[in-house]
Design a protein around this ligand. Structure first.
Ligand SMILES: N[C@@H](CCC(=O)N[C@@H](CS)C(=O)NCC(=O)O)C(=O)O
Length: 204
């Protein structure tokens, strides 16, 4: 039995929803509101989603969960079997989490101040556009970020990069508005096609 603790519009939950569906795993959803983390805290000892319970085992953190699901249900895979290609995926995910995410996080921190440093915001916005250009190049002649197959790299990046083309009008989170507003400076046809392609995939 799998239970997924989730919150509406959560990017990190969407990673897990994509991974579960890719592996054909069904999960019972437990929807939480950020105003009340008590249930998630009780189950996992911390207050962030996603969290899964899998046959009684509890795992928190989106990419930890994806790795755990790969162990429990190796097929269909989300990591390449070839060690070199698997290492490339791990390097990409690490870059994405530590480097790619920093500019939108810093913009969010600035915009939450009463007097944002506009020069700092512009500098970070420039980086976001440069990173999106890297995605455009990465997708040259490829369906997915790491090649022909949908992998953990797509799972990690899609819920954040999708805002370059998609935004639910009911989703009013500042971080998500930043992802939308600073990733729409010009058309990037390969990124836009990849967003449509991944968006058509099932989610738990
Ligand atoms: N490193 C964690 C981050 C989890 C996280 O930040 N979750 C957000 C939702 S996307 C959350 O629970 N936010 C509530 C809050 O920060 O108050 C992961 O990858 O799962």
């Amino acid at each position: 039995m799998i239970r997924l603790y989730r919150a509406r519009f959560s990017t990190n939950v969407e990673r897990v929803a994509l991974a579960l569906a890719h592996k054909g795993l069904e999960a019972e959803s437990v929807w939480i509101d950020y105003g009340d983390r008590s249930l998630v805290e009780r189950v996992s000892g911390q207050g962030l989603v996603p969290v899964i319970e899998y046959d009684g085992e509890v795992v928190a953190d989106s990419m930890e969960i994806v790795r755990f699901l790969e162990e429990r249900r190796p097929s269909p895979p989300l990591f390449p079997r070839d060690p070199a290609r698997r290492a490339e995926v791990l390097v990409f995910v690490d870059w994405f989490n530590r480097v790619w995410k920093r500019p939108p996080n810093e913009i969010e921190a600035e915009l939450s101040k009463s007097q944002p440093d506009r020069a700092r915001v512009a500098e970070m916005a420039e980086l976001m556009r440069a990173y999106l250009d890297l995605f455009e190049d990465l997708l040259t002649g490829r369906e997915y970020l790491m090649g022909a197959e949908f992998t953990t790299a797509d799972v990690a990046a899609f819920p954040f990069v999708k805002y370059a083309a998609l935004h639910d009008p009911e989703d009013d989170e500042l971080f998500h508005r930043i992802l939308r507003d600073y990733q729409r400076d010009r058309h990037r046809p390969r990124v836009e096609a990849w967003i449509r392609r991944v968006d058509q995939r099932p989610r738990a």
